[in-house]
Design a protein around this ligand. Structure first.
Ligand code: FE2
Ligand code: FE2
Length: 144
């Protein structure tokens, strides 16, 4: 498995969880559980991805701007998670923010998979691609 496949698997998990999140309603156990799972997935993934995808790219001239952009989006995603945490589950604003989060994350994953992966594919060596996948997955499993 290479770093792109490893990340893509977790992106699929995120898409699945976000789809479930926007189908929840009110102050329910279901909303609480799915939100906590989304939050955990997104935060652990962003951390692992910054260490084992963006960081090794940032020194490359062709990738520096993209890496910065990707990391900036992680912060925007974090802010939406924080907004959700500060909003009551039974408030009508909650679902609106959850939909904004879904939209923002989907855009971000799309950009990573379609733009950044293609470019990074030319930057990393084969060994690097598999070594990064191992480190990425190890970080994910020990932090989730
Ligand atoms: Fe990301
Ligand atoms: Fe990602």
């Amino acid at each position: 498995m290479n770093i792109f496949e490893a990340i893509r698997d977790d992106h699929d998990t995120q898409r699945d969880l976000l789809g479930k999140l926007v189908k929840t309603s009110g102050d329910t156990k279901n909303r609480d559980e799915i939100f906590k799972a989304v939050k955990n997935q997104l935060q652990v993934h962003a951390d692992a991805e910054e260490r084992y995808f963006y960081k090794p790219l940032i020194s490359n001239d062709m990738m520096q701007e993209h890496a910065r952009h990707g990391i900036a989006e992680h912060h925007e995603i974090d802010e939406l998670i924080e907004q959700l945490e500060n909003t009551d589950y039974d408030s009508s604003a909650w679902l609106k923010i959850a939909k904004d989060l879904k939209h923002k994350v989907e855009h971000h994953l799309e950009e990573e998979e379609h733009t950044f992966f293609q470019l990074a594919g030319k930057v990393f060596s084969q060994t690097q691609k598999t070594d990064l996948a191992k480190s990425y997955k190890k970080h994910m499993t020990s932090n989730l």
